[in-house]
Structure formats: structure tokens, C-alpha cells
Ligand binder design. Structure first.
Ligand code: MG
Length: 363
């Protein structure tokens, strides 16, 4: 099975409600989609969201990464040459992790089709179903409490609450949410780098004093301050999950060596795809560091690839894969089934994506 062509397009899906974090506010998904065509007629699908605030990538940069670097590296190559293909993909341009992730997942998709096996089975086959949390965007406390009630009514057991805009409101936000939903739902919070280390410890202590009972706090401090991250890990009883501090397997190694965080959030768009994510899971298994599998604002093609990985590996114990359910409609045909919190992995060969409605191809 040889790669003959790479087609790029844009997929658009409006969000049910605007997505707001300490870093950005967005009201629709507009991602670059890649189709890798082969001489056997098989097509592999990938997707890359332009998440400039986190990965530095834009629609233009993702397209350019393909046109100027990735295409010439992969066109003409054999899918059966998997390891060499993926190593060359990673070497053909530095960074540009979302563009690489889109290509990496399309290659795994084709490799699974070639050997007639679903990718989650190829990677490990640990489970068939997972439950995702749902994001509560950062807003005034009363709006967040109402959003939390709505999520719990829809069956979500785990709320991922965004904090970090106007820090003085963060404790009140959590108090209002906990009052609104009661003790049962798990609450994890994500500060998206907004706090200083001392501020983080103070706010987390205050939340604990108010009996909010947090499952974990994600990325309390700026991504490059590993000492600050470690300060929070050492000085708070709330487990700390590193997100923006861990892009590559090398970053994960640093976190494990320095014990700067208790857990690692893997996202295909940060690490460059399944190939590098597997290095992080191996490292995490050895170190006994549990992982979350998260996503950016992504539609179903790339989140489906994350579901395959999540269903393969036991060390991934937390799932933040709510991208597709935040959209008003799903333009992607095939793949894993998303029914609010319940996700069932696709059992078709490869990743199971069959096509995309309304794709706008780019010349
Ligand atoms: Mg995060």
C-alpha cells in the first residue's frame, strides 16, 4: 500500500456554546483535515486544529507544514514501512505538532486497514468504552453553576471546570458549582497557566477549606516554570496534572525525573501523534504516573484517534475527550460513537472514519 496523494481541506462545526478558558474564547471549530490516498484505494484520515494560543499553529502554518515538508517526505512511501515513515515524519520539520499528529493518525489509520485490525487493538486493546468529562467554560460564577447543573442533568459524572480569569472569583466559582451539583460529581479544575505558584497553593487551600473536594488541578502555573509546578505539587494536597508543560516525550521525561507533577495530560496535538504518545505512555507506565488523554477543540476525526489510544492503554485513566459533543452537529462519518459522556471505540479496520460531509478542499 503506497501513498499516492495528500489532500487537505477545512472542516467547520459550530459549537453549542462558546468555549472560554484563561487563554482564549472560541465559538466554532475550523480544523484542517488531511486525506492520505494510496494505490490500493484506501484513504487515511487526519485532523489538525489551529490552536495558536497553545501549539503556535495556525491554519496557514498547518497547510504549509504539509505542502513544504510533510508531503514530500511521505508521498511514494509504503505504509508497511511504518516505523521508518513515522521517524521521518518527525524529523522532516521541528515542532508543528498538530500537523504531524494529523499525518501520524492518517498513517496509523492506513496501517490498520492494511492489516485489517482496528488501531486500538493494534496498540494494546485494554477496553472498548470510556467516559469523558465535560468542560465548563470560565464565566461569572452563577453562569458556571447553571452550566454545571445542565451537564449533570445530561449524565456527566466528571466536570472539568475552567478557572483563572479574574482570580478573585475562582473560589466562589467552585463554591457555587459544588453547591449546585452536590457531592457526587467529580470536579477537576484547569487554570490554563493562570496562577503564580503561591497563588495556586493559596487558592487550592481555600477551595479545600470550603470542602469543594477537587479530583485534580490542571496546569496551575505558566508552562515553562517546572520549579513552580513542583512547588504546587509539593505544597498542595490536590493532585497536579501537567498539560501545557508537557508536549514531547522529552518534556514528560523531565516531569517524571523532577517529580514536578503527579500526572500527565497527553494530547495528540501537543506530542505530534500516536507514535510519540506511546513513548509518553511507556515512560508513564515505568514511573507509575497516571495519564489523562485530552484534546483541543477538535472534531471527531482526531478525537476518534485519541479514543483508540485511550482504549489501548491502562495507564491512561482519565479522559477529557469532549470536543465532538461540544459541536452542534457532527460532520464526520464513521469512527467511535459519542453519546454525551459515553464513548464506544470503533471496531472497523484502522480508525474507522469513512468520510466527511461538506469538506472544503484546498488546492
Ligand atoms: Mg488543559
Amino acid at each position: 500500500m503506497k501513498i499516492t496523494d495528500v489532500k487537505l481541506g477545512i472542516l467547520r462545526a459550530p459549537l453549542r456554546v462558546p468555549f472560554k478558558t484563561a487563554l482564549r474564547s472560541v465559538d466554532s471549530i475550523e480544523d484542517v483535515v488531511v486525506e492520505i490516498h494510496t494505490d490500493t484505494g484506501n484513504v487515511g484520515y487526519g485532523e489538525a486544529p489551529p490552536t495558536g494560543a497553545i501549539t503556535g499553529e495556525t491554519t496557514g502554518s498547518i497547510i504549509a507544514a504539509f505542502k513544504d515538508h510533510i508531503n514530500k517526505t511521505i508521498i511514494g512511501r509504503d505504509i508497511d514501512d511504518l516505523e521508518n515513515l513515522l521517524i521521518d515524519l518527525n524529523k522532516c520539520i521541528v515542532k508543528n505538532t498538530s500537523a504531524k499528529a494529523a499525518c501520524d493518525m492518517a498513517i496509523y489509520d492506513l496501517y490498520g486497514q492494511l492489516y485489517k485490525i482496528p488501531v486500538h487493538k493494534l496498540l494494546g486493546s485494554s477496553r472498548k468504552n470510556i467516559e469523558t468529562d465535560i468542560t465548563i467554560s470560565v464565566n461569572p460564577p452563577d453562569i458556571m453553576a447553571a452550566d454545571a447543573i445542565y451537564a449533570v442533568e445530561k449524565g456527566y459524572d466528571v466536570l472539568k471546570v475552567k478557572v483563572g480569569i479574574d482570580h478573585s472569583l475562582d473560589v466562589e466559582r467552585l463554591v457555587k458549582i459544588r453547591e449546585a451539583v452536590g457531592d457526587k460529581p467529580k470536579i477537576r479544575i484547569d487554570a490554563n497557566q493562570a496562577w503564580t505558584p503561591k497563588e495556586a497553593v493559596r487558592i487550592l487551600d481555600k477551595m479545600q477549606e470550603n470542602l469543594i473536594d477537587l479530583e485534580l488541578v490542571e496546569q496551575p502555573v505558566i508552562y515553562h516554570d517546572l520549579e513552580g509546578l513542583k512547588y504546587v505539587t509539593d505544597n498542595s494536597t490536590v493532585p497536579v496534572l501537567a498539560d501545557e508543560s508537557v508536549f514531547s516525550p522529552e518534556d514528560a521525561l523531565e516531569i517524571v525525573k523532577t517529580k514536578s507533577a503527579d500526572m500527565i495530560n497527553i494530547k495528540l496535538m501537543k506530542c505530534g501523534g500516536i507514535y510519540n504518545a506511546l513513548k509518553i505512555t511507556s515512560l508513564a507506565e515505568l514511573a507509575g504516573v497516571e495519564c489523562m488523554l485530552g484534546c483541543m477543540l477538535e472534531a471527531k476525526i482526531s478525537v476518534n484517534a485519541a479514543v483508540h489510544l485511550a482504549c489501548a492503554k491502562q495507564i491512561i485513566t482519565k479522559f477529557d475527550l469532549d470536543g465532538p459533543i461540544l459541536c452542534t452537529h457532527d460532520p464526520v462519518i464513521g469512527g467511535s460513537v459519542f453519546e454525551e459522556k459515553d464513548i464506544t471505540v470503533s471496531n472497523d479496520y484502522g480508525l474507522g472514519i469513512k468520510g466527511i460531509e461538506d469538506i472544503e478542499y484546498i488546492d
